[in-house]
Design a protein around this ligand. Sequence first.
Ligand SMILES: C[S@@+](CC[C@H](N)C(=O)[O-])C[C@H]1O[C@@H](n2cnc3c(N)ncnc32)[C@H](O)[C@@H]1O
Length: 627
Amino acid sequence: MSTISIYESTVPCLSSVIDLQRKVQKEELKFSTETNQFLLYHTLKAVGPFVAQKLVSKLVERGEITWDDNDNWEVERILDYVQEDEKDFYLIKWKGWSNAYNSWEPKENLSCEELLVEFQSNGRKRKFLEIDMDDMPSPKRNRVDEIFHKLAPLKETLSPISLLSLSSPTKSGRQPLFRQFLKKSGKVAKNLTPGMKQLNPRSKFYKQKRVEVKKALKDWENQLNGINTDPSPIFVENDADLEGPPENFEYINDYKAGEGITIPDDPMIGCECEDCLENKKDCCPTWCGSMFAYYKHKRVKVMKGTPIYECNKRCKCGPECPNRVVQLGRKFKLCIFRTKNGRGWGVKTLQRIKKGSFVVEYVGEVITNEEAERRGKHYDAVGRTYLFDLDYNTGDCPFTVDAGYYGNVSHFINHSCDPNLEVYAVWINTLDPRLPRIALFSKRDIAKGEELTFDYMMTGDTTNQAPTLSDVDKSVAAELMKASAVTVSKVTETGDNTESEADTEVDTEGSDAGFSVDSKDDTLQQDSELDELSMNDDLNSDQISVKSTSDVSQSSSPVKSMSPKKMADIAEKEPKQPPLPVSAMGAAPSPAVVESNPQDKLLPKSITDQFRIVCQCGAKNCRRYLF
Ligand SMILES: C[S@@+](CC[C@H](N)C(=O)[O-])C[C@H]1O[C@@H](n2cnc3c(N)ncnc32)[C@H](O)[C@@H]1O
């Protein structure tokens, strides 16, 4: 492995840092220490002091760095006091920090006896607190500098990506780790409220934090709408817990071509119809060997699995053409909201949606299969699921859409085994058969306020049963569990419903309710805890269920375990049509040849090798596992 130094680099945003690092990893190069330091600093600045502090707290807990600075957190004044669950909390103004950094602290975190006595002797007078969040840009920078300085021992080993991947949450119910550490050293971190689990949602602390979160979410909503080019706005709402905007997510409107990928955008030919619907037998879909997909009112009429070819930019027709639907963007107002049963964020519609309507496109970064394998390992480690294989036509997976970092509102759509959306492959200006766009249409009428879901179909199993593990797989799983020191959710055999425990730590209740595994804390959580857990400000969906962090992605299966939906599966239930001639457009796929890979019916090896995410969709026909 060679070492290069990059002394001059322009890194305009966090995503570029990640891209740059991926590129370097791919080439098996290594950043020089200076460059790594520069990028780490940039990353800390990009995520901001609050998130940076959270990330660093993980390193503190792992003992990778220490935090022994005693000078930083001097109490300037005590502003307010409240008792919560028979515990005293004080509102602290910190010396050298603006009011934006005031925080509520339990008494045992404070070592300022004199100020406490003075405050108490003043009759614990309440003072009106003005929180000015826009105040003090410079302390923010100082805070980042300070955190950066603490990372010095890891300057050779800690990369920006590994730093960001620490953002998976702590086990809920515990205080943030940073706080725990600082508590030990008699100091407390600013900006962290007391452990939220202890607090009553009606309490003052909780309400104060809620105001902050609400403001942050409003800012994020504005930011999203500033980028969003769909005709309809996006709303953001969190009535469930204190989770703020997601940390590592950048909104995009269209596919972003990954490293080494070009997405062609110039079809060779377009139609000249006066009325495409009238002339449907001689319009784009027919040329491409498929059917006209839409009714006059633009709702989809073809069965799922049928490839859709819309009129493209070479066609004479205008936007009113019934064969232009997905390309006109999302028309329904959608809201990213916090679910109350531990599935993290979800998406609901703020308008009634009729069956067959186009709802939203699934966009992300288009990456190669090899890159998807690589990223899958990283996602596995943090229990995330955003890879969507584009294996519509071939059963192979030449390209994958990764919506993990870059995505639109669909990034937040959860899985259901009884979904209200279904997936269609759509070709518009890119006619490369390997690069369909993924469009989500309503499967039935959807009521205003209803959560939108689609079936990730990650098990490759279209029955209602959970997929089975063979005995061999179980022993592999047991080995992996030992190696990675995680507990694993119980594996239920289908058919006879016998249960097999791959790990003795696993609960034996056998209830239908899902269990969740936290790989970091080796802890099994029961569903009944989830509502309570969701109050914790560190909790997000990724904590709910986690697979092995072991490096088990050496699978020969082309199906990445995290693919939300295999396009081949979409077609699986469709009647097979005879192959059609290659379309007039040359590059277009032969849609009739929609072979489902028989292997897809089996549990992909990579899935058997992994620990499952327990499905919380609540559907009667729930398959119990996301994969
Ligand atoms: C594409 S993301 C959906 C958005 C995600 N809820 C979030 O907060 O960002 C997929 C992840 O959401 C969670 N998730 C989605 N559907 C779920 C379900 N039915 N049950 C449990 N977790 C689910 C899992 O953590 C999964 O890895």
